[in-house]
Design a protein around this ligand. Structure first.
Ligand code: F0G
Length: 471
């Protein structure tokens, strides 16, 4: 891998190769399958890779959530977990780690990100309310809508074009934000939320300038600003390498500056905390925190454990420290960029620039001969599995498509396939293999056929839909 950087990498800055900044102490075998076995497994799963058995997958890029490899320090911390029902010492370590980065006084542990969202939006949401964001992640949107409120995405123009490169495609459109505040009325907007990085928009970062400007708009209207902080460290690192004035600032300080502009945050510790489970909700507003804690006790658990075991709190506390190590972040961001570059060099239509946690293929451009109503994204997902046992996920019309009154598909705005890279799990040769498989499929793309849905549910159909190939 070529070095992009800089003063944070101590020895490797003199070398062109960025190596994995860890060595392997414990290994898990991969499961190899024959093409015939994959064909049978896919048929049994009705061409929906969510329905595959994980043992039938060779390289699992379904998600970067909860799939990180924990460090020896995290495993050691797990053994120190204090499982006291109340006042566990593990909670205080967790609380200190979260407070150190976010500066938030009130910290509420939850079992994962969506539990934080459920608690927050059950309290501040409700019919007639409107929430504004760069882009709400699906579970965030679902929790807002479940409360009866409306969720509005206002990502900047560059963020809507997968193949156009820009440094901060996750930014919120500031003009559209002010317009939306005026249109919906300040009194109906409980808060504005920035998702960093913008997962649904391709893991693209939000700049500090944009966060600061959003804060200024919120101040002008007296609105709270919340952060969906799942990938805060990756976003902070992008600010370091792409935004003027941050090159020499430690990533931790960049993260602290981001949170200093916020009134609160939701977090899934399954991403940028290297934990297999966990999350939190944090805020500056005491009356709101008390209401959230009440709901926490009913739905998650006592305030010093939330939905977690003491050992999980320990793993998160250590993970939050490790995620801000700059050698790790240099390797992390570079490995996503490396895969993106390899694909782009073979003319594979891949989202530009590389995001922080995943590589996104533009399936509509990859497979122009498959109409959107025949789900080219899912066709590509199944082809990657058949070719090389790689599991990816469609983020297109299977996930977001709707039907019009005549039952015709209204396709999603973008037809993407996401290959999310678990943290510290796969090595460069695994990534080389992934590139080889994708390029192989690209070479025979004309042979790929579309799919039709034969069974679906009303909500979140992509998880359970059954499909069949169109011959
Ligand atoms: N917000 C963002 C930006 C996310 O990416 C996710 C999860 C959540 C909130 C919810 O967190 O899973 O802990 O409840 N994203 C995963 C993914 C599922 O695959 O992108 P959770």
């Amino acid at each position: 891998m070529r070095t992009i950087l800089i003063n944070c990498t101590k020895i490797i800055r003199f070398m062109r190769t960025i190596i994995e900044p860890f060595r392997i102490k414990s290994v898990e075998p991969l499961h190899f399958t024959t093409p015939q076995q994959r064909k049978t497994a896919l048929e049994k799963a009705y061409y929906n890779t969510f329905l595959l058995h994980a043992d039938d997958v060779l390289i699992d890029l379904l998600t970067d959530s909860g799939t990180s490899a924990m460090s020896s320090e995290q495993w050691a911390a797990i053994m120190r977990g204090d499982e006291s029902y109340a006042g566990s010492s593990s909670f205080f370590k967790f609380e200190e780690a979260v407070r150190d980065i976010t500066g938030m006084p009130y910290i509420i542990p939850t079992h994962q990100g969506r539990a934080s969202e459920k608690i927050l939006f059950s309290i501040v949401g409700g019919a007639g309310k409107v929430f504004l964001s760069n882009t709400f992640f699906d579970t965030t949107r679902a929790n807002i809508e479940f409360s009866g409120a409306k969720a509005v995405d206002l990502v900047c123009e560059e963020g809507k074009h997968p193949l156009i490169s820009a440094p901060f495609k996750g930014n919120i459109d500031l003009v559209a934000l002010e317009r939306a505040i005026e249109e919906h009325g300040v009194g109906n907007i409980p808060l504005v939320m920035l998702t960093i990085t913008n997962n649904s928009g391709g893991g693209q970062p939000v700049s500090m300038e944009n966060i600061r400007a959003t804060r200024a708009i919120c101040d002008r209207y007296g609105l709270p600003l919340y952060i969906d902080a799942c990938r805060f460290a990756e976003n902070s690192y992008f600010i370091k390498i792409r935004e003027e004035g941050y090159r020499n600032i430690p990533v931790k300080e960049i993260a602290q500056e981001i949170f200093s502009y916020a009134d609160g945050c939701t977090m899934s510790a399954k991403k940028d905390a290297f934990a297999n489970i966990g999350g939190f909700l944090a805020m500056k507003d005491l009356p709101l925190a008390l209401k959230c804690r009440n709901l926490l006790v009913i739905t998650e658990g006592f305030p010093t454990y939330g939905g977690l075991a003491g050992r999980d709190l320990e793993a998160i506390a250590v993970g939050l420290h490790e995620i801000l190590e700059e050698d790790y972040l240099a390797y992390r961001i570079r490995s996503i960029e490396y895969l993106t570059e390899k694909l782009a060099a073979a003319d594979v239509p891949v989202m530009q620039p590389a995001g922080g946690h995943a590589v996104y293929l533009d399936a509509a451009t990859f497979l122009p001969h498959i109409p959107l109503a025949q789900y080219p994204g899912q066709a590509l997902v199944t082809a990657l599995y058949l070719e090389g046992g790689i599991r990816s996920v469609e983020i297109g019309s299977l996930m977001f498509g709707k039907y019009d009154a005549a039952g015709e598909l209204i396709p999603a705005a973008l037809e993407l396939v996401r290959l999310a890279i678990p943290r510290r799990v796969y090595t460069q040769s695994h990534i080389d293999y992934v590139a080889e498989v994708i390029i192989e499929v690209f070479k025979k793309k004309q042979e790929l056929k579309g799919l039709k849905i034969i069974h679906e549910t009303e909500l979140l159909r992509h998880f359970t839909a059954r499909l069949a190939p169109i011959e």
